[in-house]
Design a protein around this ligand. Structure first.
Ligand code: PGA
Length: 258
């Protein structure tokens, strides 16, 4: 399948931002703006889980889907403060991000834990967005492929080929997240091609591969034109309706229907 046939996917990762009133304005603007996009551009937002019901009520019937930024590794039980994947399903969600570098770094999530969370997300009928990425130190040491390959392999080892085909994978170099310093299109494409090959070996060559890390309206189109970049996972720029929609339009400009 060519990158054009795969279509494009743009997902916002709000992180720990938002309040009811501001969310309502943002969700409504995104829902409205997304109505003008071609059918082969899919748009999603991953909100703090407290706001899932709000996202559901304001996005239902629009082309925009919603999801969360993490789930528990357990389905239920005495895990104070955790949110289980089946609970997320109750709110009509589509996506759950797993393995974001902020969770790996600040919450000490291991590659193995991320793989278990991926299983829980799949079992709940949701689409996992599995994040992988190297630190600046790792890149400079020449170990980017070893790091992202290892992170992906841990997940692929725990899922069947059929399940692997249901994943979305996001390449997010840690040094590019929230820094304003995106990977160049060529740097990102090189890692995406590597990840594509790993997925192909598992029979999942057509998994959407998103790039994340300082994607902005100004750099989105060039990134999205790369052969193995199927869209973006957008942090800071997903909090501003105009910027997020401009990034969605950049995806449309690189899609077949756009
Ligand atoms: P950023 O974050 O777009 O603010 O760099 C991306 C992410 O962490 O998903």
């Amino acid at each position: 399948m060519s990158n054009q046939q795969r279509g494009k996917l743009v997902v916002g990762n709000w992180k720990m931002h938002g309040r009811l009133a501001a969310n309502a304005a943002l969700l409504q603007a995104v829902a409205q703006g997304s109505g003008e996009l071609p059918a082969d551009v899919r748009v999603g937002v991953c909100v703090p889980s407290l706001y899932l019901a709000q996202a559901q009520s304001l996005l239902k019937g629009s082309p925009v889907v919603w999801g969360v930024q993490d789930v528990s590794a357990f389905t239920h039980g005495a895990y104070t403060g955790e949110v289980a994947a089946p609970m997320v399903t109750d709110f009509g969600a589509t996506f759950a991000i797993v393995g974001h570098s902020e969770r790996r770094a600040y919450h000490r999530e291991s590659a193995e834990l991320v793989a278990v969370k991926t299983q829980r997300v799949l079992e709940a009928g949701l689409t996992p967005i599995v994040c992988v990425g190297e630190t600046l130190e790792e890149r400079e040491a020449g170990s980017t492929e070893q790091v992202v390959g290892g992170q992906l392999d841990e997940v692929l080892a725990k899922v069947s080929a059929q399940e692997a085909a249901r994943l979305v994978v996001a390449y997010e170099p840690v040094w590019a997240i929230g820094t304003g310093k995106s990977a160049s299109a060529a740097q990102a494409q090189a890692v995406h091609a590597f990840l594509r090959a790993r997925l192909a070996a598992k029979g999942a060559a057509d998994v959407p591969l998103l790039y994340g890390g300082s994607v902005k309206p100004e750099n989105a189109e060039e990134l999205f034109r790369q052969l193995d970049i199927d869209g973006g996972l957008i942090g800071g720029a997903s909090l501003k309706d105009q910027d997020f929609l401009a990034i969605c339009k950049a995806a449309a400009a690189t899609s077949v229907a756009g």
